[in-house]
Design a protein around this ligand. Structure first.
Ligand SMILES: [Zn+2]
Length: 187
């Protein structure tokens, strides 16, 4: 049986965009990231489609608080990444349900925790946010290292100016913090 509410929460967690404007053609539908396809909420299949379920598992593993999402008999685990983390391990046994149901239950518990603990604090740009040294803009790109297989972030590239790019200046320009930028313009 599909669980509409959990599917909707999972879609948002996965970066799907809900059209909230009633005057728009796709009002009430969800737009998939990257492929930009509009999906009706009843077509969301995060509880039935293994391909989608595994995308969610991988997304959860990308989040700092999680060390791994372990799918095995007889227990599905989401382990926290460290003892300091305020995330509590999730354990779902599969004695009374299928493995798929147990994985989906673990996902739902995680997203419920995540929505309470992570999205409650919208990110305001702090004074340590990096900006372009010339224009102060944040439309900037920097080279970085990634693990080839997991895609996980492994570190910044060197501090070479060539590795920094400002889209607005269309040039390789050093990044500074907002605080430093405000000082250079006498703010
Ligand atoms: Zn710039």
């Amino acid at each position: 049986m599909k669980n509409l509410e959990n599917n909707k929460l999972t879609a948002v967690f996965m970066g799907y965009e809900l059209q909230k404007d009633p005057t728009e053609r796709f009002f009430g539908k969800y737009k998939t990231p990257i492929t930009n396809v509009w999906v009706d909420e009843k077509e969301l299949s995060f509880d039935t489609d293994w391909n989608l379920i595994m995308d969610v598992v991988e997304m959860i593993e990308e989040i700092d608080v999680v060390a791994s999402f372990q799918i095995e008999n007889p227990t599905i685990y989401i382990w926290k990444s460290s003892e300091d983390s305020n995330f509590e391990d999730i354990e779902i046994d599969i004695f009374t349900k299928t493995k798929k149901e147990a994985v989906v239950e673990a996902i739902n518990q995680f997203i419920s925790w995540y929505n309470k603990n992570n999205t409650a604090t919208p990110k305001e740009p702090g004074l340590n946010t990096l900006v372009c040294k010339e224009c102060g803009g944040n439309n900037i790109q920097g080279k970085e290292w990634r693990y080839v297989h997991s895609g996980k972030f492994a570190g910044d590239s060197s501090n070479d100016d060539d590795d920094n790019w400002c889209d607005d200046c269309e040039a390789h320009i050093e990044f500074v913090t907002i605080d430093e930028y405000l000082q250079t313009i006498g703010g």
